[in-house]
Design a protein. Structure first.
Length: 61
């Protein structure tokens, strides 16, 4: 299990995301659609169309 620090914000993207996107593309989605900084250390979770796949984006420096 991965420990989650206290006070860490986790953002769940609603809807489905194209799982062909790389992490650079997901970071662009965070900036453009969520209006958040992908380099802030927060966690951004994206799910695929079928709901079976997820991608988690977190910058740890």
């Amino acid at each position: 299990m991965i420990p989650v620090p206290l006070g860490l914000r986790v953002w769940l993207a609603t809807g489905h995301t194209d799982m062909r996107k790389g992490f650079d593309g997901l970071a662009a989605l965070v900036q453009d659609h969520l209006h958040r900084d992908p380099f802030s250390g927060q966690v951004f979770v994206f799910r695929g169309r079928a709901g079976r796949l997820i991608k988690v984006l977190r910058w740890d420096g």
